[in-house]
Design a protein around this ligand. Structure first.
Ligand code: ASP
Length: 326
């Protein structure tokens, strides 16, 4: 007898296929392992390797996924040589570094900051928004005021030497065209499952280089740059945020996993949707990363070049993502 649940699941999968024009993915293919791989942490790009080390210190000591995803990306935020995360990031077109970050825990609690300046660890401010305010998101001057009131230090308005040089070079032509896989490292998104089987996620970035002053990307938008549902899985995104926001990217990936897809197929389906909704997809890069409750990881990107770091009890590894534009 076909159970109601199975019926709903297969109908939902068929529905997803109709929406994107993809062939229906059979339920059998989507069968996932019964062994739960935990703890585990995944993060975007090469810089994910060092960030995972930070997260693993927490996870291997039986710490919470929430602490792991904060401490992990703090490593990247503190690296002034990184040109896409934290205060070392490339500036907007006015020469200002403005930061976006978000965090979410297993209870569905979340916090974020956007268009924040002068703060070394925006993700930690996002966590305080989650824990100490009745709100989810603070931006700009208000976010800065909140951070300072919480004891964060106001850092000087100073570009790193390389960022300043690159910006001055950009000013000569002022041509705004985000380059796919800029130096092969972008936003850091991190998703983790702890020993208890709880999921959390974080995302932090200086956003797209030479964006308009005031522009906010997908990273601090809950459901776009990152999303966690402890019953199902977690996802995060990197690349051109405008394209991710238009399809509520990370939420979509989690919902597709809820319908029974593996993390890989959920990311693939979300990228397919993104290409249908963004006619300029051939010129941009977006990558999704996903983790389900079994500790299975998956990723997919628009273009070649997206990679991610996975740390479990087998060690820390860098993996190349599959991609759409072949
Ligand atoms: N997603 C980020 C943004 O649009 C940028 C990136 O991942 O490089 O702000």
């Amino acid at each position: 007898m076909t159970s109601r649940r199975k019926f709903i699941q297969s109908t939902a999968l068929a529905g997803a296929a109709v929406l994107t024009g993809l062939p229906r993915i059979s339920a059998a293919k989507e069968k996932s392992s019964s062994i739960v791989r935990k703890p585990i942490v995944l993060s975007t790009w090469n810089h994910g390797m060092a960030a995972n080390e930070g997260a693993w210190k927490v996870l291997s000591a039986k710490g919470k996924a929430l602490d792991a995803v904060e401490k992990g990306v703090n490593v990247t935020e503190a690296d002034f040589t990184n040109h896409s995360v934290g205060l070392g990031g490339l500036p907007d077109r006015d020469g200002k570094v403005t930061l976006d970050a978000s965090i979410m825990n297993e209870k569905g609690e979340c916090g974020s900051v956007a268009f924040l300046q002068h703060i070394k660890h925006p993700v930690s401010v996002a966590r305080m928004v989650m824990e100490k305010t009745p709100h989810v998101m603070l931006v700009g001057e208000g976010a800065l005021r909140f951070a300072l009131a919480q004891g964060f230090k106001k850092e000087p308005d100073k570009l790193s030497e390389t960022s300043e040089k690159a910006w001055k070079e950009w000013l000569k032509k002022t041509d705004y065209k985000p380059v796919a896989n800029i130096e092969n490292h972008d936003t850091i998104g991190m998703i983790a499952m702890d020993e208890e089987g709880n999921l959390s996620g974080s995302c932090t970035t200086s956003g797209l280089a030479y964006k308009m002053h005031g522009r906010v990307g997908d990273s601090p938008i809950i459901g776009a740059g990152m999303y966690v549902d402890n019953e199902v899985g977690a996802a995060c995104a990197t690349g051109v945020g405008e394209a991710v926001i238009k399809i509520c990217g990370s939420f979509l990936v989690v919902e597709l996993m809820r319908q029974g897809m593996t993390p890989d197929n959920a990311c693939r389906e979300a990228i397919k949707r993104l290409t249908l909704k963004n006619p300029n997809y051939k010129d941009i890069q977006v990558g999704f990363l996903a983790l389900n409750k079994n500790g299975e990881a998956g990723a997919y990107a628009v273009q070649k070049g997206f990679n991610y770091a996975v740390y479990d009890d087998g060690g820390n590894k860098l993996v190349d993502s599959d991609y759409f534009m072949k």
